[in-house]
Structures are given as C-alpha cells and as structure tokens.
Design a protein around this ligand. Sequence first.
Ligand SMILES: Nc1ncnc2c1ncn2[C@@H]1O[C@H](COP(=O)(O)OP(=O)(O)O)[C@@H](O)[C@H]1O
Ligand SMILES: *[C@@H]1O[C@H](CO)[C@@H](O)[C@H](O)[C@H]1NC(C)=O
Ligand SMILES: *[C@@H]1O[C@H](CO)[C@@H](O)[C@H](O)[C@H]1NC(C)=O
Ligand SMILES: [Mg+2]
Length: 446
Amino acid sequence: MAAAAGRARRGGRLGAAALALLALLALLALPALRAGHGDGERQEGSAPPPRPLPPGLREELRQRRRDLRRLAAGGGEAAAGALGCGELRLASGVSVLGWGFTKVVARAALAGGGAVALKAVHGAGPEVLQCVRRYGAPAGCRRLAAYKLLKELALLRRLRHPGVVQLHGQCYESSGDAEIRVTAMLELGSPLDMIQLLQTPWEERFKICLSLVKLLFYLAHSPLGSIALLDFQPRQFVMVDGNLKVTDMDDASTEELSCKGDSDCTLDFPTKSFPLKCSVAGKCEGMNEKKNLFNAYRYFFTYLLPHSAPLALRPLLSDILNATGDLRYGINETLAAFEKVLHLYQSGLYLQKRPLLLKDYISLKGFRTVEGEDYKCWPSYSHLGCLLSVHSAEEAAAICNSQSQCQSFTVTQQRTWTGRPLALFQSSLTDLIPDPNAVLYIKQSP
Ligand SMILES: Nc1ncnc2c1ncn2[C@@H]1O[C@H](COP(=O)(O)OP(=O)(O)O)[C@@H](O)[C@H]1O
Ligand SMILES: *[C@@H]1O[C@H](CO)[C@@H](O)[C@H](O)[C@H]1NC(C)=O
Ligand SMILES: *[C@@H]1O[C@H](CO)[C@@H](O)[C@H](O)[C@H]1NC(C)=O
Ligand SMILES: [Mg+2]
C-alpha cells in the first residue's frame, strides 16, 4: 500500500491524493453500476433523452469506431480461461498504481490469490477533461476515451510477445447509449524508474535495451504490419520480473503515413529531422520502424548503454549509438549488433589479453566464506558486500587485484541473466565453511 502510494505521489502532481481517490472511485463505481441497471437499455422516461453531441465530437467518435472495427475485424478472440466481469467483481485490495493522460491503473488481488493490474478510463484525467473543455459533453468524452482503451485491448489481444504486457482479460459493460465501462485486467508490473536503473550494473541495463530492441523488431514485423508507438516514453513501459514490457498501446499506429511526395515524409524530432521517401503506393515506407528506433535511442540507449560498459565493448556500443542516432541502422541491423555484443559478453571474448593473475592466489577447494557484511563496491548485486558478475575466476582475480580491500573471493553458484557467475569479494577471512562445490581464492601477501 505504502509503495503504491509512493508511486502515485511520484506521478508528480499536487493534489495527487484527491486525484487518486477520484480514480479509485471510478474503478469502484463498477460494481455499483452493475447492481443498478445491469445490462440492457435505460428505461424509457427514467432519464432525460441524451442531448445531441457536438459535430466535432461526433466525428472523432466516428473515426475511433472505424479504427476499432478495422482492428477487431482481424480476429483476436479472448483466450480460453481469460478473466472477465465475474473475476473483477470478486477482486479486492484495490490500490491505485498510477495514471497517465487517459487511463488510471490500480493493483488488485484476485479471489484465487494472484494479483493483476486493472486499467480503466480516468474520468477526471487530462484527456477527458480536455475533451469536456472543448465539447462540453462529459458522457461523449468518456466514451471517446473508452474507445481508446478498447483499441488498446484489441491490439494487446493480437500482439503476443514477451515485450508486450500480457492481457489476462477484460470486463466490458455498456448501459444504454451513453456509458461504456471497460476494465482491462493485465499482468502486474512496476513503473520504470530510470534513476534507479542508472545505478544498476551495466549487464542489467543492457538487458533492458536488448528487450526493447527485440520488441521493436517484433513490432516492425508484426501480424498487423509495422507498428509505431506514437507516445514513446519510459512511463509507457513497466518492468515484470526484470523484463521490460510496453503497457500503453492506445497511441500505437498500425499504418504508415500516407503521402503525395517525399516532402510529406519528414520524420521530425525536437533535435533532428530525417527526410524519408514516399513509396509508389503513397506511404512513407519504414517511417514507423524508424520513429520507434530513434525514440529508443533518445529515451533509452543514450542513458542506459554506454555508462560503465566493459572497456572492450565500448567501441561496439558507440557504433550502435551512432548508427541508431543517425538512423543508419534499421531494426534488423540493430538487433544483429545487440546480439553480437551479447555473444562477445557471454563468451568472454571481450576480455582483453591480460597478464594471468590467478596464479598469485592460493586456492582452497571445498570451502567458502559466509556472506556477511563486508566492504561495498559498485555496482554490487548485494547491498551487504561486493558481489559482481564475472566471466571466470581469472577475471575475478583481476578485479580483486584492483581493489585494495579485497583479500579473497569465491565464484558463487548464482548466475546473472546472461549465465555468468557472481563472485563475492571479501576483505577478511573470518568464517570458513565447508562447501564441496566452492573454491576460495586467497590473495597472497606480496
Ligand atoms: N500492467 C501495469 N502494471 C503496473 N503499472 C502499470 C501497468 N500498466 C500501466 N501502469 C502504470 O499506469 C500508468 C498509466 O498507464 P498507461 O497505460 O500509460 O495510461 P495512459 O494512456 O493514461 O498514459 C503508467 O505510466 C504506469 O506507471
Ligand atoms: C556519428 O558519427 C559521425 C562521425 O564521427 C558524427 O558526425 C555524428 O554526429 C555521429 N552521430 C551521432 C548520433 O552520434
Ligand atoms: C528484417 O528481418 C525480417 C524478419 O527476419 C525480414 O522479413 C525482413 O525482410 C528484414 N528486413 C530487412 C530490411 O532486411
Ligand atoms: Mg501512458
């Protein structure tokens, strides 16, 4: 609860508590609505007839509906065993996780024990408020926002990928003409914290960039064609078990921009623009892929890739940054370049020829030390001491040599996501315990 409140506060605005409460009410209002007039039309005479919508809003609604029909026509049935209104009704422990321009997201516990993220239209969010200011039609504006969420759901149903947040189900209810209530039930994640990410080991930051590249590769060749994420910012992604996943898909475009000539196909960013070609079919070919890739470069790669990377990999990473920053690479080449870096890293080929240092250590087979409080190093995998990812005992010896406090180390059985072992570096040799799988290396006094 406290953590959720903390995240909500980080959402940034003043009056966050009030907004969060409003949003929560919007979610909780669901069962009440259901209890009242469940399904079917509003009773004749029980409410005033709806006022006609302003033409501008009617046109926007028409466009959104058409967009939706096109997406839904391609299929994408709810999977067997998907959650529905029944499960939503039995969910408990609802607490707001965050909100954006259009939607509010809450965490909830299912009756079966699992936890999910619930997504609904934020009735007091910027999108609905802006629309109401413009058209003065709250019900129509909420419907417009509901269409956006429905579009997101249609996309999530058809795009299945480890880099796309998983849709567990939905509850859709429409009462009469005015109100549509949609609640999506999604895999629960945690917001992306860029500040915290900057403090994690390079290997973990590389993993996030690689999963993003794999996602963009999938989107470029998706069953719906090449898809661009129009609102591409870290806050549209969440982390699930250390993996990056996109959650906000209502702003995705499944079509390339139409054009008459090349001049219609300039890809504009605040710092740079790229002239692209207009194809004979009248589309800005490749624009969606390039838009995603440049956004990945400016919001993710520049922050996460270079900083404290292994020395020998830095030229390759610079190449990736340069080539994506100038859009010389497409997504295929970018993925290939990332996989090359991964291969070099996993195989230890990046280790430069160095004097062999392990021979200066006494090895004590069948022993390890107790992992207690000891000296700290950066970027340690443990807050208690110095626990680092290494390729081999030889690399660990080089690290131990470079740290004055280090007197001994063990290569542990723990592995990082790339399969590399973690080595524990220590300054004292107090508690030795027998461990048939371990080898303790002790620095010899010079
Ligand atoms: N599956 C999820 N798990 C946890 N938090 C999420 C999840 N999906 C979204 N969020 C949080 O809710 C916020 C709003 O969701 P989003 O889909 O981006 O709505 P909007 O369209 O209004 O921007 C996100 O910025 C994110 O912090
Ligand atoms: C890529 O390298 C070229 C040549 O060194 C340089 O002019 C250009 O600004 C670099 N682009 C980026 C995005 O770093
Ligand atoms: C990129 O890879 C995809 C999938 O392997 C392939 O279909 C496509 O033709 C490739 N595109 C380019 C430009 O090489
Ligand atoms: Mg968002």
